[in-house]
Design a protein around this ligand. Structure first.
Ligand code: BEZ
Length: 241
């Protein structure tokens, strides 16, 4: 496949951060589900290449394992592939029988690829018949806040899924950012001042500063809980919604 073939092939643009997540209504293993059904809670929409494949099976069991931890954070899981709902049902049952893991979250049967196309989940350079391993973090107002794309060969890391939710919720709740390798309990980054006066003041605020533009502070609270008051980082530059 040439580069121009690839450009023509997808027909879809990738979704963009901090914009409304593409709306959908889809057939799932739990009946018909719409994006709007998740308003008020976080949604982790993830795709897998195909049912009854080895890496995907390990991932499904791993997603099921963290589902209770996500629910504590006000986040729900929703899987997707281009397989039929009968295939999903048989696979979910097989995972429960063989691995002893209950798959409590719904799985979209995206046979017509409508959801996969809207979210840019098919990467023709990898496969034109399967969705890649994509993860979309959608906030309680249905805004797309983070996304991760993995190749077919690479099983996802559940610690990172939890870390991303914790970081997004912490940023919203406290109006801060999170540094490299941040995990809950670590210090967070305070927004850099935008004026000379703010810059002079910053160094007197008792924060842990490398310099005026890189200051950290501790948060004395656990990761954000469902329903916590939300502000956005940095509040003045995020799109109005
Ligand atoms: C797997 O889940 O093992 C898999 C699926 C599609 C392509 C490669 C691996």
């Amino acid at each position: 496949m040439t580069h121009s073939d690839l450009a023509l092939d997808t027909g879809a643009r990738l979704p963009r951060l901090n914009e409304p997540a593409p709306a959908f209504e889809a057939v799932t293993t739990h009946g018909t589900i719409r994006l709007a059904d998740y308003e008020g809670s976080w949604l982790i929409l993830f795709s897998h290449p195909a049912d009854f494949t080895p890496v995907c099976t390990t991932e499904f069991a791993a997603f099921a394992d963290i589902a209770p931890q996500l629910r504590e954070r006000g986040a729900e899981l929703l899987g997707l592939s281009i397989d039929s709902v009968y295939s999903h049902l048989a696979w979910v049952r097989n995972i429960e029988e063989k691995l002893g893991v209950e798959i409590s979250f719904p799985v979209i049967a995206d046979l017509d690829r409508k959801v996969a196309t809207a979210y840019g989940m098919v990467m023709p350079g990898e496969s034109s018949t399967e969705t890649s391993r994509c993860v979309f973090f959608i906030d309680p107002k249905s805004v797309l806040r983070a996304m991760i794309y993995y190749p077919l060969s690479l099983g996802r890391n559940m610690s990172e899924i939890l870390r991303v939710i914790d970081a997004l919720q912490t940023a919203d709740r406290h109006g801060v950012a999170t540094p490299a390798n941040w995990k809950p309990g670590d210090k967070v980054i305070v927004p850099a001042p935008k004026t000379q006066e703010g810059m002079a003041q910053r160094m007197k605020e008792g924060l842990e500063c490398v310099d005026w533009y890189l200051c950290k502070k501790s948060l004395d609270v656990e990761p954000a809980a469902k329903g916590a008051k939300e502000t956005r980082w940095p509040a003045s530059t995020t799109a109005a919604r």
